[in-house]
Design a protein around this ligand. Structure first.
Ligand code: LLP
Length: 484
């Protein structure tokens, strides 16, 4: 982890830097200071210490790496709590102005552990789960089952049975078949299960295609016409109670236009359903975008909440119907920018692509197994040397992992001080959401620990895997008898 790396080949750094590098995308500008931490991308507690290191929750990068090794995912507890509180307060204020209330569910798929479940519920949020595994983590954290919502387009009987038997607050049903399944299980268990019906509003949010979930040709939700029949059926069934509609238009969405349009379409159906009985709740899902790089500019949560809730209120007023209670399900926006992954640089290599074009490849000790998002969605990230600052001119770099795959990219384009060298710690911010939760053991690489930091202290909240963990699943090794 020391900075100096004697005996390593030195590069012709000038060849990898150009103030107008033709290999850099247009949005990436050469920074005035390649050590600066862009506001909004890093947790609020992240600053440089007097010796130039990045401080996370009051701990230096090398203290954290020294204690837990690298790669390590660092989660700033205060940042998660602050963001959870601001969602709760923003939606409470916005709905309060229209005489109704909001429930905010933390979407556990972004990243769930018992610690996170406790932080967000302490701050007044509920928890949204979409599998038995997520449900068990929430229950293990002693989250009141009534504060849990269950999603998914193919919940198993086992999942439904467990959810109903613990007294889960809501199940969001996604198909006609599932309605019968939940009804039958609830009846058998002597329960009356509260359900929402997930609908597809047809709004195609402006995001990566794989992250857009309410355009017509995909697996989630029901078309409006089918939802009418579905709700009529739910109302016939004594073991189900219909609460309202649910619509989630996608993820990493900037601006409010998509939410407004979707809310206005869903309200039409909401109004229609009121003819057959109460529709007390409307859940508009999650999807609020965050800043991954300094050029991303997400709308402040207070403004988002006010504009979305005002749009619903306007729609209700036009239709002459009362404002329902509202629900929202942010995931990424709660944990995303609270997470920073620390890696150690292993090798650097300038790759020449033409007579005057070259890029510096910086290889780190993790990669697509701890952050699949660049490979899956072409997601852009940023990076900074975490163990020191440097005044050396910035070079255009591509940070890559250690996996046997050329698409194993951690940060596609970044300017870092040109003297970046093996042993440096590299910090990649905004990795709190959908990195640990999408992590894998590709190439038999153990998954890193997740460490919470706060007020100068740290603790493991999810331990890192060991090689023994990996070997223990191989039936030919784990039990000598079993292997024969
Ligand atoms: N509610 C529902 C029904 C969802 O399907 C999702 C995300 C959320 C809420 C939370 O969305 P968020 O606020 O976190 O954007 N793996 C992808 C994201 C997939 C999102 C899946 N559903 C990624 O890494 O970007």
């Amino acid at each position: 982890m020391a900075h100096s790396a004697p005996g390593l080949p030195s590069h012709d750094w000038c060849s990898v830097h150009s103030s107008a590098d033709s290999l850099a995308p247009e949005w990436l500008v050469v920074p005035d200071d390649a050590n600066a931490l862009a506001p909004g991308v890093w947790p609020r507690s992240s600053v440089r210490s007097p010796d130039g290191q990045i401080l996370l929750g009051g701990m230096t990068a090398s203290e954290i790496a020294g204690q837990y090794g690298t790669p390590v995912m660092v989660l700033d507890e205060d940042e998660v709590r602050t963001r959870a509180r601001s969602f709760r307060d923003a939606f409470a204020a916005a709905t309060g102005r229209h005489g109704t209330t909001a429930r905010v569910y933390y979407a556990g798929k972004a990243f769930l552990s018992t610690a996170i479940a406790r932080w967000v519920t302490d701050e007044g949020l509920n928890v949204d789960v979409c599998t038995r595994g997520e449900l068990e983590i929430a229950l293990a954290a002693d989250v009141d089952p009534a504060r849990i919502g269950f999603h998914g387009n193919n919940k198993s009987r086992d999942e439904i049975e467990r959810a109903v038997s613990v007294g889960i607050g809501t199940i969001v049903v996604d198909s006609a078949i599932e309605i019968e399944r939940v009804a039958e299980i609830s009846e058998r268990l002597g329960a009356v299960q509260r359900v929402l019906v997930r609908v597809n509003s047809g709004v195609h949010a402006e995001t990566h295609d794989f992250l857009a979930t309410a355009h017509e040709d995909q697996k989630f939700g029901m078309p409006f016409a089918d939802a009418v029949t579905a709700v009529a059926r739910i109302r016939e069934l004594a073991s189900l109670e219909f609460l309202g509609l649910h619509c989630h238009i996608g993820s990493q969405i900037f601006g409010v236009a998509g939410f407004r349009e979707s809310a206005s379409r869903v309200l039409e159906l909401h109004e229609q359903l009121r003819a057959g009985g109460e529709v007390p709740l409307l859940n508009l899902g999650g999807g609020f975008g965050i800043a991954y790089t300094s050029v991303d500019d997400p709308t402040p949560i207070e403004q988002l909440a006010a504009e979305i809730v005002d749009a619903v209120a306007e729609g209700c007023a036009q239709r002459g119907i009362p404002m329902p209670a509202l629900a929202f399900e942010p995931g990424r926006a709660i944990v995303g920018t609270a997470g920073v992954t620390l890696y150690e640089v292993g090798t650097t290599k300038p790759v020449r692509l033409g007579s005057d074009e070259s890029r510096l490849y910086v290889s780190v000790d993790g990669g697509m197994s701890d952050n699949a998002r660049p490979a899956l969605y072409g997601a852009q990230y940023s990076a900074r040397i975490a163990s020191r600052t440097s005044d050396v001119e910035p070079a255009l770099v591509r940070v890559v992992g250690k996996h046997c795959e050329s698409g194993d990219i951690v940060v596609d384009h970044e300017y870092l001080p040109g003297d970046i060298t093996p042993g440096d710690l590299l910090a990649v911010p905004a990795t709190g959401a959908y990195c640990a939760s999408l992590s894998s053991n590709y190439n038999h690489v153990p998954r890193p620990a997740v460490v919470a930091v706060s007020a100068g202290a740290s603790r493991i909240i999810v331990r890192g895997e060991t090689i023994d963990d990996l070997l223990s699943r191989d039936a030919g090794i784990s039990t000598k008898e079993g292997a024969r």
